[in-house]
Ligand binder design. Structure first.
Ligand SMILES: [Fe+2]
Length: 261
């Protein structure tokens, strides 16, 4: 599990396309094949439907322009190629415009199972299929607007909501636990852990989420399970500033991990 993977952003050619070497494409293909075999059982229907609608295949790393065009045609959402890390305001602005920021480099094979920095497998394979779901997009759009409105003073706690849903969310579907968070979908290690080893899974509750700290460099010790994407979108129909103030007043719940990295 790398602490710093030290990757460089890719530069698009004049045609807007990114070049991937044979070995980079092989990493994509092997990740794609391994994850798809497991996701047919463990991913939610919205993810699998989205994956089919976007037409991703194992043989080729998708191009951002193609994914963007398909998303745009489906529901007006989209993606924008960015450097791996972008300023928070830019990130929130893109979300509020229904556009998801996408890093375009791909992990090296030594980081096959898990990578802290989001690469194109995490971004395109992990996140993009969910963007085809209207309620999920509504959540993303509202979240971006809220993040911009509330500003930096509230960002740390507010981002926990993004972390425990968009990145590591689970959903109960026909009585079964399914994955939709990109951090689970795109990580062989996290997928096996979250779905097979039965870690702590609790029903989604906004206040509990806002009071739950997390670390980005470990398998998650707790996951939240939503009932539907409508529930997720509707969770933002509240006085979020008051909720965040109350979460701060109540304080964080005891963390389920060691603080030391
Ligand atoms: Fe992500």
């Amino acid at each position: 599990m790398p602490i710093t993977a030290d990757y460089e952003s890719k530069i698009a050619g004049a045609n807007g396309l990114f070049h991937y070497t044979v070995s980079e494409t092989a990493v994509w293909r092997d990740l794609f094949d391994q994850q798809m075999a497991n996701l047919r059982t463990h991913a939610c229907a919205a993810y699998l439907d989205g994956q089919a609608a976007l037409g991703m295949i194992g043989d080729t790393v998708p191009q951002v322009v193609d994914i963007n065009a398909r998303l745009n045609a489906i529901n007006g959402s989209g993606v924008k190629a960015v450097d791996a890390l972008i300023p928070q305001d830019e990130f929130s602005t893109l979300l509020s415009e229904r556009r998801f920021p996408v890093a375009t480099f791909i992990r090296r094979r030594e980081h096959f199972d898990y990578i802290e920095e989001p690469d194109i497998f995490h971004e395109c394979f992990g996140h993009c299929p969910m963007l085809t779901n209207e309620a999920f997009c509504q959540f993303m759009e509202r979240f971006g607007r809220l993040a911009l409105d509330l500003g930096n003073d509230y960002s740390e706690r507010l981002f926990r909501l993004f972390w425990f849903t968009v990145e590591f969310g689970l959903i109960r579907e026909n009585g079964a636990r399914k994955a939709f968070g990109a951090g689970i979908i795109s990580s062989p290690e996290e997928l096996a852990y979250a779905m097979t080893y039965a870690p702590k899974v609790v029903p989604f509750n906004l206040m509990t989420v806002l009071r739950t700290p997390y670390r980005i460099d470990i398998l998650q010790p707790v996951y939240f399970e939503i009932d539907s994407f409508e529930q997720l979108a509707n969770s933002l129909e509240c006085d979020m500033q008051a909720m965040l103030d109350e979460a701060a007043r109540l304080g964080d719940l005891p963390s389920l991990f060691d603080d030391a990295a």
